[in-house]
Each structure stands twice: as structure tokens, then as C-alpha cells.
Ligand binder design. Structure first.
Ligand code: LLP
Length: 463
């Protein structure tokens, strides 16, 4: 996942033998708009503001660590995706990236649909008023109880992930006297250029039904034969944090080929294809993500071209971006605690959170940026590793970065692009209460997911 491997920072660089770090930015106070959400800026005193509120005020009111989500940026990104794909396509926000009732309401208001992959996500979506027909239900091991709830609620589609599930969903639908709209998730055999654990369309993994050996065609045969199912299309998701469109193009081509084979064998043209999510975002200045309109054009061009070649009606396309919508809209605010310079190595900067609020660095070797945000500084750059407070040496938030050498305990630092897969993958390791998510918009900040308390932790402990 590492994209940057640049030599030489001014301090300690000669002894650094591992890790990937860029040369320090010319101005450590500058905020690269690629990694910060849209309303982030510095005020006249040099403090970072989001939605017009300074981090000092946010820290005082909501504490640290905390995630601050730029609501107008989130909404703007929803609109950008919806506009890019237009009325003949559907955008499903992938709720696993981050889901809360407020998020569901924003999605609903901005015209997006929602992809859920568990009973909990489904419950949140329904509770916050997302119309069931705008929900897609995913997962490689949906329980029968989850399938029951999805069918009862009337979700717009269930994405079938295995032969057993085809039978399970058909059975539940028949019992409820309905024909459930379904798609079949196929694995198209593309190796996405990303971390192994988040690449999902090569064949040796748990998701989907393989295209290569005729398994997908057999799944289609079975689904078409069952009267509880209304097969509306085929689904492919090739992985996450992908920048190269080539994988999506191969995937789209293979999915269209399958539609042509289905037409030839069964005389039916399935009306929809879903090309999944996985579009990359900028975590550091090295990353160059595509804009939604470029992605939409690349995907629709390839589908249109392939369909013309196969003499198929162009199906309705859907996509499922999660990270690309919510990822860039939030940052995590930490207070600096212990600072430990290791002579000849690097300086360890400990913050009041860590792997419990961002597991991605430990899990995927993910790269993040970090900035001093409570003030500016003209001090020289110092090579740091930002670490958490957990009892684990792998508890790293930002592996290699530069912060000003006058950094001191009590300063606030922020890690941008933590909107996706940070709060949603947060844990209570070391009995850390999980941080709140605070939505900021037009000078107002409000908690949308409150901070856990020690009482919350003790309430579950009934022994
Ligand atoms: N659709 C399906 C079927 C998926 O499995 C996923 C992600 C998405 C859409 C959304 O992908 P996105 O656009 O957010 O990349 N925890 C990992 C990512 C795992 C993604 C799992 N599925 C991470 O932190 O990078």
C-alpha cells in the first residue's frame, strides 16, 4: 500500500534503514488540500479550523482523541458522485467505511443509496429512515436471521455470495411470499494493486463465486430456476484503495461478457451490473486519486463499448464507494503527551489514542499524514513516529512523518483522511473508550456518535 519511498529528510535520515517517508514539506504549516477536508484552513493565529471552528475550541468542548467530520464536504462528495454517474446509474455508499444515523440521513437527502453488510448496519439504515428499496445487502456469511430481516424489510437487493446462499435466500423469500431482487457476486480474477487483505477479486479468497471455471454461470442457472428470486444483475468488487482504473476496466469487461453468455444461454438480458467500490483517496501528498467524473466516464465508456460489441442493451451501472466519500471528510484530533527523542534514531511522539481509534497502520502498513494544528511553528522539521498509548509496540498511528522540532506536550496534532475505516474499525483495546464523531458545519459542531465512557464499558461487564 506504500506509495512513497523517498530518501533524505534533514534529521536522522542517515541512520534510518527502514520505513517510507517523504522529504519534509517545504512549509510544515501548509495544509495540503488533497488530504484535508474542504473547509479546513488555518485562522489568523495559525490554528486549524474546520467548518469555521478552531481545533482549540473543538478540543475543549469535545475532548481528544476525537474524529471531526466536515459535513458539507461529505454532502458535496455525495453530490459529486451522484452527478458524475447521472440518472441512469446508482451510487451506493458503502456503510462499512463509517455509518451512523446522521450519515444515513445525509445520504438520503443527497440522493444516494446504501450498501450494508450486517444486521447492525441494516438496523442503523432502517432506523434512520433509509427507504428499504434503496438498500443493498452484502456479506459472505449472512445469517438466516439477517436474510429474514432484509427480506421482511424489503431491501432493494441482496447480493448473493455463494451457492448455499442462493438456496437460503430463495427459501426465505418463498416463505414470505415475495420474489427477492438479487445480484450474484462474481470474482472476476483481477489482482487489484493494493494490500493483500483488501484485494477481493482474485480467486483464492472467501468472497463471491468464480467466473473462471464456469461457477458463476452455474450460479446464474440456479438463481434463474428458483421462483423466490428475481435475478437483476451481476456484481463485482475488486478491492480497496485502488488508483489504477485498469483493474476496473478488466472487471467491467468480464462482467459484460458474462451478461452476453447469460443472454445466449437463457435468452434474458440482465438489466444491472454493479462494479463495487474501492476507489483510492489521498492519505499523503504522494497519492493522486481520480475524481468521480473521471471514474464515471471510464466505467461507463468501457461498459458501453463492450455492450455494443456484444450487441447487448447497456445495463444500469451501480458503484459502491465508501472510502472515497467519507475518508477525506474527517480528521482525528489528538493531544500530544510524552515526547521521546531516541538519539540517532527518531523521535517518538505519543498521543492520547492509537491503534484503538486507527488500526489501519498496524493492520495494513497504511500511511498517513500528520500536522501540528493548535498553532504554527517555524522550527526545523523533526522526523517523528506518532504512536498511541496502548501496550503494544506496533501501536503506530503515523509511521514516519515530520513535525516541528519545538513540538511540546499539550500541543494538538491531527491526522487527516481518517473518515473511513477508523471509527468503524475502532476497538476497546486496553479498555479504551472509543472516541466520538463530531460533525462540523457552518460554525456549528454536534456529536453524531458520542464518546464511550468507562460506564459504557462496565455496563457490558456483567460477571
Ligand atoms: N462494496 C463492497 C462489496 C465491499 O466489500 C467494499 C469494501 C466496498 C464496496 C467499499 O470499498 P471502499 O470504496 O470503501 O474501498 N478495512 C479496509 C477496507 C476493507 C473494505 C472492505 N470492503 C481498510 O481500512 O482499508
Amino acid at each position: 500500500m506504500s506509495r512513497s519511498a523517498h530518501p533524505a529528510g534533514p534529521r536522522h535520515a542517515d541512520v534510518l534503514t527502514e520505513g517510507h517517508y517523504s522529504a519534509p514539506a517545504a512549509d510544515l504549516n501548509a495544509l495540503d488540500e488533497k488530504v484535508w477536508s474542504r473547509t479546513v484552513t488555518r485562522d489568523a493565529d495559525g490554528a486549524l479550523t474546520v467548518g469555521g471552528i478552531t481545533v482549540a475550541r473543538l478540543a475543549e468542548e469535545f475532548g481528544t482523541p476525537a474524529y471531526f467530520l466536515d459535513e458539507s464536504d461529505f454532502r458535496a462528495r455525495c453530490r459529486a458522485w451522484a452527478d458524475a454517474f447521472g440518472p441512469d446509474a446508482d451510487v451506493f455508499y458503502a456503510g462499512k467505511a463509517f455509518l451512523s444515523r446522521a450519515v444515513v440521513r445525509w445520504l438520503k437527502e443527497e440522493g444516494l443509496n446504501l450498501d450494508v453488510c450486517s444486521g447492525g448496519e441494516l438496523a442503523t439504515a432502517l432506523d434512520a429512515g433509509m427507504p428499504a428499496e434503496r438498500i443493498a445487502f452484502h456479506g459472505n456469511n449472512k445469517t438466516v436471521a439477517e436474510i429474514e430481516r432484509a427480506v421482511e424489510a424489503g431491501v432493494g437487493r441482496i447480493v448473493l455470495d455463494s451457492f448455499q446462499e442462493i438456496v437460503r435466500v430463495a427459501h426465505v423469500a418463498r416463505r414470505h411470499g415475495v420474489r427477492q431482487r438479487v445480484q450474484i457476486r462474481v470474482t472476476v480474477g483481477v489482482e487489484a494493486h493494493t494490500h493483500e487483505f483488501i484485494a477481493t477479486a482474485h480467486e483464492d479468497q472467501k468472497f463471491g463465486i468464480a467466473l473462471a471455471d464456469g461457477q458463476a454461470a452455474e450460479a446464474v442457472r440456479r438463481a434463474l430456476a428458483l421462483d423466490g428470486l428475481d435475478l437483476i444483475g451481476v456484481h463485482s468488487h475488486i478491492g480497496s484503495q485502488i488508483f489504477d482504473m485498469a483493474g476496473f476496466e478488466v472487471s467491467a469487461r468480464r462482467v459484460v461478457q458474462l451478461l452476453a453468455e447469460i443472454r445466449d444461454e437463457h435468452g434474458v438480458e440482465l438489466p444491472e451490473i454493479d462494479l463495487g467500490g474501492g476507489l483510492g483517496i489521498a492519505y499523503t501528498s504522494e497519492d493522486d486519486p481520480r475524481e468521480p467524473h473521471e471514474i464515471a466516464k471510464a466505467l461507463s465508456d468501457i461498459v458501453t463499448r463492450e455492450c455494443e460489441a456484444a450487441k447487448l442493451r447497456t445495463p444500469r451501472i451501480s458503484v459502491e464507494p465508501g472510502r472515497a466519500i467519507v475518508g477525506p471528510t474527517a480528521f482525528t484530533l489528538y493531544e500530544v503527551g510524552t515526547i521521546k527523542p531516541l538519539e540517532g534514531l527518531r523521535t517518538y511522539v505519543s498521543v492520547d489514542g492509537g491503534m484503538s481509534d486507527n488500526i489501519r497502520t498496524a493492520l495494513y502498513d497504511a500511511e498517513y499524514s500528520v500536522a501540528l494544528v493548535s498553532r504554527t511553528s517555524d522550527a526545523e522539521p523533526m522526523l517523528v513516529r506518532v504512536v498511541g498509548k496502548h501496550c503494544e509496540s506496533g501501536d503506530i498511528v503515523v509511521k514516519d512523518a515530520f513535525l516541528p522540532a519545538d513540538l511540546a506536550p499539550g500541543d494538538l496534532i491531527a491526522v487527516p483522511a481518517t473518515g473511513a475505516y477508523c471509527r468503524s474499525m475502532a476497538s476497546n483495546y486496553n479498555h479504551a473508550p472509543r472516541p466520538p464523531v463530531v460533525a462540523v458545519r457552518d460554525g456549528e459542531a454536534r456529536v453524531i456518535v458520542r464518546r464511550e465512557t468507562e460506564e459504557d464499558l462496565l455496563r457490558l461487564d456483567v460477571g
